[in-house]
Design a protein around this ligand. Structure first.
Ligand code: B12
Length: 229
């Protein structure tokens, strides 16, 4: 009987996630936001809504864009919708946070790059998981990362890059950290579509993650909190 109820609830949830995904792909912003409100009323987990609904939808659009089947205006609408959706969900996520003071993170998208959706999700998830986060936004220079880390006595710098042309700013930031004598004090993690573990090794970053869950796991490991609990 329990199993039956569980499957039934899961099917209902999958249905709403699917509808969020489909509305996202169709760039139906109002529908997406209404469905999120509905999911919130049903007390669905906010990070699941982000992962299974919003992010999954924008990924499909991204794939279509790569194949020439979707265009920049559509991506721009989807990105705006994603941000509006995150605004609705953010208070829920931060409210449910019960851990505090794990460490201080300076986060941003590297210089020359204005993609901020992935970075913003990572920032929210780090806050939820007890980190104090300084989000510098997009187009962040190596100097800005390093100055902020110094000013806030941060333990971690988290950098996001979505363009192959901007990835190298990550290397420059790490070089500057070394030059300023801060490399031993500040761990660096990186992420974003063009980045890989290999690239992370080559620039001597301390961690690389493919999604927000990994970002949280890596940040926790940096401050000596291994595992999920
Ligand atoms: C949405 C989008 C846009 C939106 C961005 C809106 C915004 N506010 O962010 C708009 C329309 C503005 C845009 C503009 C451009 N874009 Co664009 N864009 C995308 C798209 C489709 C999706 C990116 C996204 O938001 N994904 C959803 C999020 C949730 O995923 P994510 O960013 O990967 O983040 C996750 C993980 O990577 C990880 N992560 C991210 N950061 C970090 C950091 C750390 C520390 C860790 C651990 C993990 C982590 O966790 C996140 C959450 O799970 C990608 C396609 C793709 N495959 O990525 C192209 C893409 C990135 N864009 C591309 C291009 C070329 C551009 C433009 C140059 C286009 C143009 N000709 O003008 C401009 C860029 C201008 C600039 N200077 O930055 C190319 C890049 C190609 C390349 N190899 O360099 C891509 C790959 C599309 C393509 N195949 O052509 N874009």
């Amino acid at each position: 009987m329990n199993h039956y109820i569980f499957s039934w609830v899961k099917a209902l949830n999958d249905d709403i996630f699917q509808r969020i995904r489909e509305s996202m792909i169709a760039c139906q912003s109002e529908d997406v936001l209404q469905l999120i409100q509905k999911a919130i009323k049903q007390k669905l987990d906010a990070s699941e809504i982000i992962k299974e609904g919003l992010t999954a939808g924008i990924r499909v659009l991204g794939d279509r864009f790569e194949k020439g089947e979707a265009f920049l205006p559509e991506l721009a609408v989807a990105a705006e919708t994603m941000k509006e959706g995150l605004k609705l969900l953010e208070p829920l996520i931060t409210e449910s946070s019960d851990q505090k003071g794990l460490g201080t993170v300076v986060i941003g998208t590297v210089q020359g790059d204005i993609h901020d959706i992935g970075k913003s999700i990572v920032a929210i998830m780090l806050i939820v998981n007890g980190f104090s986060v300084h989000d510098l936004g997009t187009d962040v220079s190596p100097e800005a990362f390093v100055n902020k880390a110094q000013e806030t006595d941060a333990n971690i710098i988290a950098m996001s890059a979505l363009l192959t042309t901007t990835m190298d700013k990550m290397r420059e930031t790490i070089e500057l950290l070394k030059k300023e004598g801060l490399r031993d004090r500040v761990k660096v993690m990186i992420g974003g579509a063009p980045v890989s573990q290999r690239f992370a090794n080559s620039i001597e970053a301390d961690g690389y993650g493919t999604d927000f869950n990994q970002a949280v796991r890596i940040a926790r490991s940096f401050v000596g909190k291994e595992g999920s609990g």
